[in-house]
Write a protein that binds this ligand. Sequence first.
Ligand code: GDP
Ligand code: GDP
Length: 453
Amino acid sequence: AEEDLAVLEGGLDEDGLEVEDVRPVVAVVGRPNVGKSTLVNRILGRREAVVQDVPGVTRDRVSYPVDWAGRQFTLVDTGGWDARVEGLALQVAEQAEVAVELADAVVFVVDGTVGATAVDEAVVKMLRRAGKPVVLVANKVDDARGEADATALWSLGLGQPFPVSALHGRGTGDMLDAVLEVLPEKTSLPSESSAVRRVALVGRPNVGKSSLLNALVGSERVVVNAVAGTTRDPVDEMVELGGRTWRVVDTAGIRRKHRSSVGADFYAGLRTQAAIERAEVAVVLVDASEVLSEQDVRVVQNAVDAGRAVVLAVNKWDLVDEERRRYLERELEIELVQVPWAPRVNLSAMTGRHLDRLVPAMDRALASWEHRVPTGRLNALVAEIVAGHPHPVRGGKQPRILYATQAGVRPPTFVLFTTGFLEAGYRRFVERRLREEFGFVGTPIEVTVRARE
Ligand code: GDP
Ligand code: GDP
């Protein structure tokens, strides 16, 4: 069964440590209406069958895992904001800049039926300056006739234009092959001993990320002031916390305030996701003095979706009075139902309150994130569940869990082998029992089902 699993799960190794958890990033950029979203959906459509089992994919997310020809990368859809006529050039340019900063390669989409516009040319200039590999797509080439027009795009100086119909799927395979050709094997992650943990401080603007970073850096020794320059050009800081060195990812993004308000939320969201993906543990900050917002919830969800260890830092605790405190508890309970398992630290970056509790919370979350349950104990629990709380009978049938195994860690992933499809409610019950039995404080866990009929 263990060998079966290696195949099913794409070769997760025994302790999960070999698994590359930072994939190269491909960003899709271009003017509004050239077909970026259609293209992204077309690409993702190819793997629908593979992701059926993954819960919690929300609409707000802008980056998606993609498998193509045995390679894996993260696709970032930068088409997620409204096209306004005014300031269009600026908006597209900013979007391209974000992409350039965060991506390992860029898919630049032009409307093949329109040809290159002045805005397209402005984006090209920026892309060239940045020196990231670019695959040029002439979209909306729905038939062979359009291909001749598409060749005009050689004039952009980005090499061969790939004629594509995102709508019908024409040419997308060749285009993806070209992307793989220019994409580095993996993103240039800093090489260091795995003893150095990567942590991301995330949260909506003004929750106190930079204050917390300053407080942490101020009270402890900064080992190396700034570690600049992987290909994505975020700046990390190596900080000694609790006697060990931690890599705080993308401190440039924390310290930098937005240059303009155009697309600022989108920019921040993208940056947050990139930071989460580069981190092992996400410390999600919320502002205790303000009502929890949708944006707060979204950041938490991003971290969960990315499968990272999560610590909740409730900042500005110095501003909380008795009444606010009561409301806050209810808000946290209601709004953050998806992470009742996240360790929580009520702290104040300003006064320094409970800063010393952050590292133990991160350690705990990381330990859970990498925890492996012995197969024997796992199946003892399964036997107990099957005996004590069998699946309800549905249509004369009663699916049964035959056995379970842990397919991976970072985060813990379980596979249940069953005699039939398990209802969502029952799966949640099993997940809850796994948590009750084995803890998993501070980590999402994944439970997938393989039905053997
Ligand atoms: P975005 O703003 O760049 O994300 O563009 P969308 O993906 O929303 O597409 C804009 C419009 O172009 C929509 O009406 C799409 O149906 C249409 N479109 C996208 N790709 C194609 C294509 O390959 N061929 C044709 N004919 N239309 C397309
Ligand atoms: P960021 O946008 O998440 O990096 O937030 P900042 O660190 O810039 O903080 C936003 C504002 O909140 C600033 O005015 C900070 O002084 C204030 N702030 C941050 N942490 C605390 C805290 O623990 N208590 C109080 N009272 N204010 C704080």
